[in-house]
Design a protein around this ligand. Sequence first.
Ligand SMILES: [Zn+2]
Length: 358
Amino acid sequence: MRKRLLAILTVAIVLAPPGAGRARAFARTGETESAFSIGATRSRADAPVEYPVIVVAIDGVRPREIFDGEDPTFVKRRPLRSAKELTPNIHALGVEGHLLGKDERVTASGPNYVSLPGYTEMFSGARAVHCTTNECGRTQVPTIVDAMADHGQRAAVVTSWERICLAAAMDESKLDATCGRNHGTLDSEGDGTLDSLVDAAKTMGPGPGHDDYRPDAATAEIALRVLETKHPDFLFVGLGDTDEHAHQGNYDGYVSALTQADSFVGELRGRLGWLGERGQKTTIIVVTDHGRAANFRDHGGATPESRFGFMLVSGPLVARGTGPGTDVSLGDVGRGAGKLLGLPAESNAFNRWISARL
Ligand SMILES: [Zn+2]
């Protein structure tokens, strides 16, 4: 998450556009900044969606550890762990669904491969043209969360990094979220256990992050409680210990955080089993916001290799035994989830693939 000074200096001249925009093409670039328009329809469902979606974003994970296991450059005094030993749950779900990032490339659209542009791309379903640094502020275009609120659907966002709340919704009043230890407003709906989990995390330190960061262990516990008690149609969980350890050059910390994130994916899968038909109809997407530079510690526009990530998709509507047959971008997270949730969504190869059995 931590930006590089050079990256700030090189992009500091890019200013946020004036005023809040709806989904629109900016004249200068001709590029649509959001896949989601709001206010376009008055048809509100106000009922649970048939096919819920859970997105788990694990910050700054390069494909190397997901597909090839531990890197011998950084592991000297113990046996190397294989990919399936590091992330057994992701690989198990990949058998039922599909793990992208090797045959099909998964890329952040950049051009600055840092976190807030990456999350903005996921939530808006389009390249974050006007968010190029971690300081870009609240998204200026509608997101999947804005569109869901407009359709009477329920989204919840639970993240370790406080700034993900800025990417999640253009209209903060529509955001049901807890980001970092003190950002966002989560409606516990009277669940005292959920309140106490959120409050207990406020007394923790930010380590391995900084500022208002909330450690992944606390975020994971809150997210599981939100799933069980609030039954959101769309749940976005953001874990970040991986990136924090990587910036510190702590490879063991990075792989340990990745393994814990994978355990959380396993926990999610188990909880979905208890949710009956609704659980069976839920699609899980596991993704990263950017990869890493060749030196492992860094990422950003100066290191183009850090645009490569991975994506796991597992759900009842995903085409069996095949991938989307195309490279995908972080925007496909939002666009694909929107398609499954019944929001107006463009037809592309990824969307046809993720909903093929509909
Ligand atoms: Zn970072």
